[in-house]
Design a protein around this ligand. Structure first.
Ligand code: KG4
Ligand code: ZN
Length: 347
């Protein structure tokens, strides 16, 4: 018999993502983004995001069904992002998912977006091993996890104490006068610069701070250091070496992510590292973490960049893992959990 057909719905931020997964096979993945409507404000405007989800939901669902060549009636289970994210945006996806689950008489899984960023890797790189370290780096989160079962046993090892990696990139992007979100622009600019030009601080990476926070991160210090550097040059009327700033800043952030991830692998004996989240589209992170993995005997798994940023496939993938593991579905009255706890794989 065929494995269950799982519909995945993601509406936690600016992307309306709808996907269909059977087992670990991605059958359709359609994303509509409202980023263009937010860019001129220099940040996501929650009300605009909610309205956009509402407007594009039905056509996006239709497009996904067409792409997979299936009908609504073929769906066996529905997975939807329950949190974390913007409460209004989450509510649109949750309401639609609940209505579909009732109408189609299929189970509903309200899932954790952050864990979804890891789960999507199974669609790209096959079944997970029994034990691995997961690094999730996005616009709102930077987390290290120890995973024994993506559906049942995920333990948080560390998180950022202030800014997320993507958030720090977006803020430095603004300082450099780049369009929002700055992450991809800094990535591009970095390739023309010297990563060793400026020695920006590596947060929680030395001495007592490292000992106290082996798996926690802090990126507000490096962001402030970049701001001060730009201010001093501007005040003295000197031109800004933007490519060198971008490259040196990227290096400082990426180096900490890589070092701490490898340390977590060594300490736990994990020989696989799975990387996910919007920031894992970053080319320097992909390059450095793969190289360090080879040096440490750790297999590094990162999905293609389009599966790193928010999409429906990640939610369908986690829903599929939950159904495969026989985890009980969520209640139909689950709320949008804007600050969903990372110990909760599903609501
Ligand atoms: O996971 P995601 O799509 O949304 C959240 O859940 O936050 O991540 C978006 C973040 C943004 O901060 C964006 O600037 C960053 O990922 N990002 C990048 C790159 N592509 C996206 N940061 C650095 N380099 C990139 N290539
Ligand atoms: Zn995300």
């Amino acid at each position: 018999m065929d494995e269950p057909l799982v519909l995945g719905i993601e509406t936690s931020c600016d992307e309306t993502g709808i996907a269909l997964v059977r087992g670990r096979r991605l059958l359709a993945d359609v994303t509509a983004s409202s980023m263009e409507d937010h860019a001129r404000f220099g940040g996501i405007i929650p009300e605009i995001a909610s309205r956009a989800h509402l407007e594009v939901f039905a056509p996006t669902l239709d497009a996904a069904l067409t792409q997979a060549e299936v009908d609504l009636g073929d769906i066996d289970a529905i997975a939807v992002t329950a949190g974390p994210g913007l409460v209004g945006a989450l509510t649109v996806g949750l309401s639609a998912a609940k209505a579909l689950a009732v109408g189609l008489e299929v189970p509903l899984y309200g899932v954790n977006h952050i864990i979804g960023h890891l789960a999507v890797d199974e669609l790209a790189n096959g079944a997970f091993p029994d034990h691995f370290i997961g690094l999730v780096v996005s616009g709102g989160h930077t987390n290290l996890f120890e995973v024994r079962d993506i559906a049942r046993d995920v333990t948080e090892l560390g998180h950022t104490l202030d800014d997320a990696a993507g958030e720090a990139f977006d803020k430095v992007g603004r300082l450099l006068g780049l369009p929002y979100p700055g992450g991809p622009h800094i990535d591009r600019l970095s390739k023309q610069g010297d990563p060793a030009a400026i020695n920006f601080p590596r947060g929680l990476s030395r001495g007592r701070e490292l000992a106290r926070h082996p798996y926690n991160f802090s990126f507000s210090g490096v962001k402030t250091a970049v701001a001060r550097y730009i201010e001093e040059l501007t005040d003295s009327g000197k031109p800004l070496p933007t490519a060198d700033i971008a490259a040196s800043f990227s290096e400082a952030v990426v180096e900490v992510l890589v070092t701490k991830s490898m340390a977590a692998c060594t300490a736990t004996g994990a020989t696989t590292l799975v990387v996910g989240g919007g920031f894992s589209a970053n080319s320097r992170l992909r390059e450095l973490i793969t190289a360090h993995g080879e040096a440490h005997g750790v297999q590094v798994r990162i999905p293609a960049p389009r599966y790193c940023t928010d999409n429906g496939a990640m939610i369908a993938a986690l829903g599929s893992a939950l159904t495969r593991a026989g985890v009980a579905p969520s209640a139909l009255d689950i709320p949008a959990a804007s600050a969903m706890d990372l110990s909760q794989i599903r609501a």
